[in-house]
Design a binder for this molecule. Structure first.
Ligand SMILES: NC(=O)c1ccc[n+]([C@@H]2O[C@H](COP(=O)([O-])OP(=O)(O)OC[C@H]3O[C@@H](n4cnc5c(N)ncnc54)[C@H](O)[C@@H]3O)[C@@H](O)[C@H]2O)c1
Length: 263
């Protein structure tokens, strides 16, 4: 992939397993990355492990002053900003029982903060002649999932925000796209299975054409592609990195005859 060497990125949510992998994928392609996360211990240790092209800035993405500080730090440290990856999110969701306060927190963290980060980095990207942004959507933004009202609504909103931001920033040569992963080996699945990747893959298999969940590096490669020169005519789009999850549909690749036999 071209056009990544010596560029500067901010990645939010970079302290978690998936965020770190996204950062690592950019660093190995020559990008300098400011890791922005509310998790100070995790963010500091990730930046240390990732070497001199990584630095950490404790940032609560719900706080505009902290976003401003994060942007200034990237500029002071590396002279400007070319890329933004909005990965930070909360999974807060009690379905129909979700109180208004949870709705507001989730919409604030997942959606409004994505918009505020874009607002904050755009002037810096314009100074560099353009840039690229990747927002994290999800398969959850497309389908109905049991006992989930809040998180999927925020992910669907991010997909729409991506299109609108792309329309307004195109004149500044800033591309805005989203990635929508299926199930990814991430902190959540690690916790849920007690670190049992085989069990997680077995649960994921019937839902994904590729018969397993994604490695975080596979999502990271897709993010790097969307930021790269190779994606220079791609904007306002959603790129699924879901092993065929969304296309599979409820029939799950089974022949109709197989369903009748089992009923
Ligand atoms: N894990 C999956 O299978 C999967 C599937 C589809 C989409 N995604 C998306 O990928 C992204 C990462 O998911 P994950 O499962 O790794 O999540 P995670 O919960 O492991 O990580 C989220 C990160 O965001 C950070 N964060 C939360 N609130 C913050 C705040 N106010 N300010 C700054 N940072 C904050 C957390 O500290 C954490 O590091 C999310 O956007 C999620 O919607 C994940």
């Amino acid at each position: 992939m071209r056009g990544l060497e010596n560029k500067v990125a901010i990645v939010t949510g970079a302290a978690t397993l998936l965020g770190r992998e996204v950062v690592a994928g950019l660093i190995e392609r020559g990008v300098c990355v400011l890791l922005a996360d509310i998790d100070e211990a995790g963010g500091e240790s990730a930046a240390k492990q990732l070497g001199p092209r990584a630095a950490f800035c404790k940032t609560d993405v719900q706080d505009d002053a902290q976003i401003g500080h994060c942007v200034s730090k990237a500029v002071t440290h590396w002279g400007g900003i070319d890329f933004l990856v909005n990965l930070a999110a909360v999974y807060l969701d009690a379905g129909m029982q979700s109180p208004r306060s949870d709705w507001l927190t989730a919409l604030n963290t997942n959606v409004a903060s994505t918009a505020m980060l874009i607002q904050a980095v755009a002037p810096e990207m314009i100074k560099r002649g353009g840039g690229a942004i990747v927002n994290f959507g999800s398969i959850s933004g497309h389908i109905a999932q049991a006992n989930r009202w809040v998180y999927p609504a925020t992910k669907a909103a991010i997909l729409q925000l991506t299109r609108n931001a792309a329309a307004d920033l195109a004149k500044d040569n800033i591309r805005v796209n989203s990635v929508s992963p299926g199930w990814v080996w991430s902190a959540t699945f690690d916790r849920r299975t007690g670190g049992d990747r085989a069990a997680a893959d077995a649960a994921a298999a019937p839902l994904h054409m590729l018969n397993r969940m994604a490695d975080p590096a596979e999502v990271a490669d897709t993010v790097a592609f969307l930021l790269s020169y190779e994606a220079r005519f791609t904007t306002a789009t959603e790129l699924a990195v879901d092993g065929g999850y969304l296309a599979l549909g409820p029939e799950q690749g089974l022949l109709g005859a197989e369903r009748f036999k089992s009923s």
